[in-house]
Write a protein that binds this ligand. Structure first.
Ligand code: URA
Ligand code: ZN
Length: 352
């Protein structure tokens, strides 16, 4: 019998957001082309005027029944759905808080109608950080919301932005998760002509790693030990580099970060998805993280298989397949914990 799954890393562009992207003439945007709609979101895609700019976007990105069809095909019992990058980063500061609240209410409504299949991570108007604590407290009263997704770049000043302190305090107080996810990448000037591959494989993971490391070095988890951070893509590079980070911090003759404990202590307080694609990478996460804090994820609807729309919902997608394959290398108790046991405990739900 395949294990039931709880997917904590799965996205949607909500219909209200899709309408916004369609109306835009700059990245991020959705353009209609003869061969179908294209989603153009990555920062270095602005200059790409070719018909192959961006990636195809169909209903799998925004139709709830398509999410449920994907879940059914892959044995996913519950999904914790989050908006996808770049969230509402590009919205005028004056409009962003109201839009965040509307998107959060839209997601709550979708989850409430799903018969226990969907939970949500909302969004925050990071360009107006002084509004975010109130939105977090409002979200905590939505029965199906379990946290928020935040881009690793914050409002462009990283996650150690002093203006974000009220966000961390409110997240700790409400017990909501903060799901940290990349978008802008690191170093894309260094790898021209590599499509999306280098950006997604290395740019994204280093973006997350640097943002989380800085958050820790500035003492955020020391000040907020109850803060529940969920770090995307198996922690980026952090489970592998945590020892190096500890050593470099301890032996730095030019800077004393004033932390009573090594960075790895705080990294062990965090939650991680299991999107590692590879048994050795998942084994590194397993060896490093708290065993109760590793949660299955798929990154749907990104990394779409190369098949026609007519068969997409009946096709096995590579990301869940490769991540389940990596999971199958662990002993059976650990497989169950990551597949669903840890998720049930983290989100306070039962299998539907
Ligand atoms: N590509 C993206 O832009 N976002 C993801 O979450 C995954 C791949
Ligand atoms: Zn993602």
């Amino acid at each position: 019998m395949p294990l039931p799954l709880i997917d904590v890393h799965t996205h949607m562009y909500l219909p209200r957001y899709v309408a916004l992207l369609r109306a835009r003439s700059k990245v991020p945007r959705i353009v209609s082309r003869k061969g179908g709609d294209r989603l153009i979101i990555l920062p270095d895609e602005e200059a790409d005027q070719s018909t192959s700019a961006g990636r195809p976007i169909g209903g799998e990105f925004h139709v709830v029944d398509r999410k449920l069809a994907f879940m059914d095909h892959h044995g996913i019992a519950i999904s914790v759905v989050s908006s996808a990058n770049p969230w509402i980063d590009f919205v005028e500061p004056g409009e962003a808080p109201a839009l965040a609240a509307q998107l959060n209410d839209d997601l709550e409504e979708i989850c409430a109608a799903s018969n226990g299949r969907l939970l949500g991570f909302g969004v925050l108007a990071l360009q107006r950080p002084e509004t975010c604590a109130a939105e977090l407290k409002r979200l905590a009263r939505h029965p199906h919301m379990r946290g928020v997704i935040i881009g690793s770049a914050g409002r462009g000043k990283g996650l150690d932005d002093p203006g974000f302190e009220p966000i961390w305090r409110a997240a700790e107080e409400t017990g909501l998760f903060v799901f940290i996810h990349p978008h802008y990448g690191i170093g894309h000037g260094l790898f021209p002509d590599t499509g999306h591959a280098m950006m997604l494989a290395l740019g994204f993971t280093f973006e997350t790693s640097i943002a989380v490391a800085l958050l820790i070095l500035r003492g955020t988890l020391e000040r907020h030990p109850g803060l529940k951070l969920l770090i995307a893509h198996a922690g980026g590079t952090l489970p592998y580099l945590a020892g190096r980070l500890d050593s470099c911090v301890k032996n730095d003759i030019s800077k004393n970060f004033g932390l009573p404990r090594p960075p790895s202590h705080y990294l062990r307080q965090c939650w991680y998805d299991s999107i590692a694609y590879h048994p050795p990478a998942l084994a590194a996460l397993e060896a490093f993280a708290d065993p109760a804090k590793i949660l299955f994820g798929t990154d749907h609807p990104f990394f779409r298989p190369h098949v026609g729309d007519d068969v997409l919902d009946r096709t096995t997608w590579p990301s869940p397949e490769e991540n389940l394959q990596a999971l199958s290398a662990l002993e059976s108790g650990r497989q169950k914990a990551i597949a669903y046991g840890n998720g049930l405990a983290a989100f306070g739900v039962e299998l539907p």
